[in-house]
Design a protein around this ligand. Sequence first.
Ligand code: TYD
Ligand code: MG
Length: 453
Amino acid sequence: MATKAKTVFYCTSCGNESPKWMGRCPACGEWNTMKEAPAEPKKGPASGAAAPRSERRPQRLREIDYSQDARISLGMGEVDRILGGGMVPGSLVLIGGEPGIGKSTLSLQIPLSCRDLRTLYVTGEESAKQVGMRARRLGGDDSNCSIFCETQIETVIEEARAMLPDLMIVDSVQTMYTDSVESAPGSVSQIREVAAALLRFAKESGVPVILIGHITKDGYIAGPKILEHIVDVVLQFEGENRGSYRILRSIKNRFGSTAELAVFEMTGAGLREVANPSELLIPMHEQGLSGVAIAAMLDGTRPLLFEVQALVSSAVYGTAQRSATGFDVRRLNMLLAVLEKRAGFHLSAKDVFLNMAGGLRVSDPACDLAVICAVLSSNFDFAIPADVCFAGEVGLSGEIRPVGQLDRRVQEAARLGFKRMFVSSFAKVEVKPEGLRVVQVADVPALVKALFK
Ligand code: TYD
Ligand code: MG
């Protein structure tokens, strides 16, 4: 049979495979993501998590023995919490993030902070010496951690089988390769095979594996995106590069809740866990700054209060600019349209800039209320008292809608010493913490009246 090198096209965003090139991936709808790669010969067992033989028969649900799956604590409280209470044996966790954000630092700090965890740290990015220097800088090298500089995944897995560590860390998926696929390390097919091999190893041996993957600013490079359905847990490490705060966010978790979030601070001696981010995201400036409002957001199960900053100024050049950092610009435009149409504020000729404090990226609709208050505050140069906070969604007709788990937000606001909290008049507030007055407003005009008088 003539063997012409066959190629196929992969979507770098979702991993969809197609025999011909297309401008738009039919599976995920992304444009310009199809990349050519050599076709892989079909191999024996399909890649994926093949269970050990003994488990390959149907089992009754109640007969499945899950008692051995006690969670492994990683020594960093915030990481354990994000994972849903520690790491599940045999699980594959992907930590994705832009280069330089601190993925290697975080993963090295885990064995350093949990000294009796026998860890195999595989690195294809740095030399053992570099890792050693980093470990010293992070304040410890007497941990139970072995560094292995290797990029061939079969060798890595062989070593791991022999050692059977309590935890294996692989830095990074882009540098590992397997001989069974011909394309270069970092290509879609290599990444898929490497991840599948690690997943098989994790499931068979019960060793939990942390896999690190880079994503570029536009999330474009082949990698973590196509791994999301292979791995058990996806954690994203993000943050404004200029700032020192980093946010670890759970995007997918087969063993716990997503939408959990942990805050770290990058210091000269590594990452420091910020157990109480609210206190840090609300700067203690004196009264009298206009354009700031405090939102009571919920990240997963934890209430988080932070500062929303807005700057409204007259547009100098023709069209007004709208820009938002950490907030959806389309949602900002929608809120501005509501202010214009339902409350009579003329903002169409104004530039509006919005910023979420601490490099936070916000998707909780409860922040709407703080956003419009920050915008109005800046527009009128009227400072909102520092002991006021907000939690409410704004609807298209200007009504203020209730938000989920309001009681937790109210309690957190009271704990942090807030005196007044604006919420929807349709919300039921069950708790009455001392010192905090909950003000219920029905729509934007009512809010403006109550706040700005
Ligand atoms: P790194 O973990 O190498 O990033 P990644 O693996 O995601 O590419 O972190 C790199 C950055 O972290 C680097 O710019 C320097 C900074 N850093 C500190 O500020 N303090 C430290 O103690 C360490 C180890 C790194
Ligand atoms: Mg790194």
